[in-house]
Write a protein that binds this ligand. Structure first.
Ligand code: ARG
Length: 459
């Protein structure tokens, strides 16, 4: 049998394979709330404009409430023959309220309908990402405050570079996550215009009020161009792009947690809640949550590449290719929210081993730069020469199997006679971090100032 919604010109129904490739109900049923919200706003507007009767609008509105509760209580039977969520709901509405259901689609197309539903859905996910990031930022700020003067090695090339504080390291991620949050806020603002009323592509001859439906759905305004309204999925691409950048940040922090929790580093231990054991090696505590967070960028970036690729060659206006937008965005959003929540939980529960951080910071010649800076300040050497002198001292310590503060003054004098006892003050890691007072530097005072700034921003 031909399709009840559009089958007027068809004698026969689709091939089974056609139905399988065409149907989106398997995944777009997730849009049911948004679809019903959009339809209710549309029906109310049609009545207010005198396009359908108040009585019909009322029947439609009540029927849609019934449909909503049927879906929510698992009583609704989704049908692949009805392709997508839009036609499934409309068909059920027809059974429930009869003839008025057929008037709902006046001055509307599935093209503006799906664009509206999906914008509403992605907008909600922006809000979810924003609050997920907010919770993560709060967790990281709390750890930063606690560890504002815990010294640890700072790395470049994963080689000991200079001492930093644990708080400073945490606050670096706070900055990244805050930018991620602002990307979602920004994308949300830009996507918050209503496609509804663009109809199939050209607008409609009915006297609709797009401002009314836009307002009813919480949009700032209707989209200004009907072709654009049904054609573009840049809002989804922006969401995916912001998600991918955020997932990169999550992945880098996850990688550090994996390294830090290894027996070789012992900077942190994961709590039981965020680790798993091995079925053969009884001693194991594996950082699986961190590893999975580290991996999520793969599918999230994959989703964004997939949708960019779908969109890149499409002529205006709607093409069915665009139906492929949803699974990618659903998957990326689900996994981003999961990763954000897992990371916030892990950061909150982490045991940080302050003594191990400090021991690691004190090895590996981490204060060599402080020594070179001291030679510039106190012995008047040009930095390049100070660098060379310090390099020789590092080589000497390395040969002696000790660290810089373990060298005697006599040994140092053999390399440069201008060195005095006072040099030992700058070779300690606490003095080193305390001296980094430049704005944004790692000095505990600076870190506390940043923590205070964030506490104020977060309220
Ligand atoms: N299921 C479709 C989608 O997700 C809805 C829009 C269909 N429009 C159309 N003209 N076939 O894109």
């Amino acid at each position: 049998a031909s399709n009840a919604m559009w089958g007027g010109r068809f004698a026969a129904g689709p091939d089974a394979i056609m139905e399988a490739i065409n149907a989106s109900i398997g995944f777009d049923q997730r849009l049911y709330t948004q679809d019903i919200r959009g339809s209710r706003a549309h029906a109310a507007m049609l009545a207010a404009q005198g396009i359908i009767s108040d009585k019909d609008a009322e029947a439609i509105g009540e029927g849609l409430v019934t449909v909503l509760s049927e879906i929510e209580t698992g009583k609704f039977e989704f049908s692949a023959a009805l392709e997508d969520i839009h036609m499934n709901i409309e068909a059920r509405l027809k059974v429930l309220v009869g003839e008025p259901a057929g008037r709902l689609h006046t001055a509307r197309s599935r093209n503006d309908q799906v664009a509206t539903d999906f914008r509403l859905w992605v907008r909600e996910q922006c809000d979810a990402a924003i609050s997920g990031l907010d919770a993560l930022i709060r967790a990281a700020v709390a750890r930063a405050e606690e560890g504002a003067d815990w010294v640890m090695p700072g790395f470049t090339h994963l080689q000991t570079a200079q001492p930093v504080t644990f708080g400073h390291h945490m606050m670096a991620y706070v900055e990244m996550f805050a930018r991620d949050k602002s990307r979602f806020e920004d994308a949300r603002k830009r996507m918050n215009e209503s496609p509804l009323g663009a109809a199939a592509l050209a607008g409609t001859g009915f006297n609709i009020d797009r401002f009314a439906t836009a307002q009813a759905l919480g949009f700032d305004r209707p989209m200004a161009n009907s072709l654009d309204a049904v054609s573009d999925r840049d809002f989804a691409l922006e969401f995916l792009s912001a998600s991918a950048i955020c997932a990169v940040h999550l992945s880098r922090l996850a990688e550090e947690l994996v390294i830090w929790s290894s027996a070789q580093f012992r900077f942190v231990s994961m709590s039981d809640k965020w680790s798993t054991g091995s079925s053969i090696m009884p001693q194991k505590r594996n950082p699986d949550a961190a590893e999975l967070i580290r991996a999520k960028i793969g599918r999230i970036l994959g989703a964004s590449v997939a949708l960019f690729t779908v969109m890149k060659g499409l002529p205006l206006a709607y093409s069915k290719d665009m139906q492929e937008d949803k699974e990618q965005v659903f998957d990326a959003a689900d996994n981003l929210m999961l990763a954000l929540a897992a990371m916030a939980g892990m950061i909150g529960d982490l045991s940080v081993h302050q003594a191990n951080l400090e021991a690691a910071a004190s090895s590996g010649f981490s204060t060599a730069t402080d020594l070179a800076d001291w030679l510039v300040r106190e012995a008047g050497l040009p930095f390049r020469e100070a660098h060379h002198v310090t390099g020789s001292l590092v080589a000497m310590a390395e040969a002696a199997g000790c660290d810089l503060p373990d060298l005697s003054l006599e040994q140092m004098h053999a390399v440069h006679p201008g060195i005095t006892e006072a040099v030992f003050d700058v070779l300690g890691v606490h003095n080193s971090v305390a001296s980094r007072q430049s704005y944004g530097g790692t000095a505990p005072d600076q870190v506390r100032a940043q923590v205070a700034r964030w506490r104020e921003i977060l309220g």
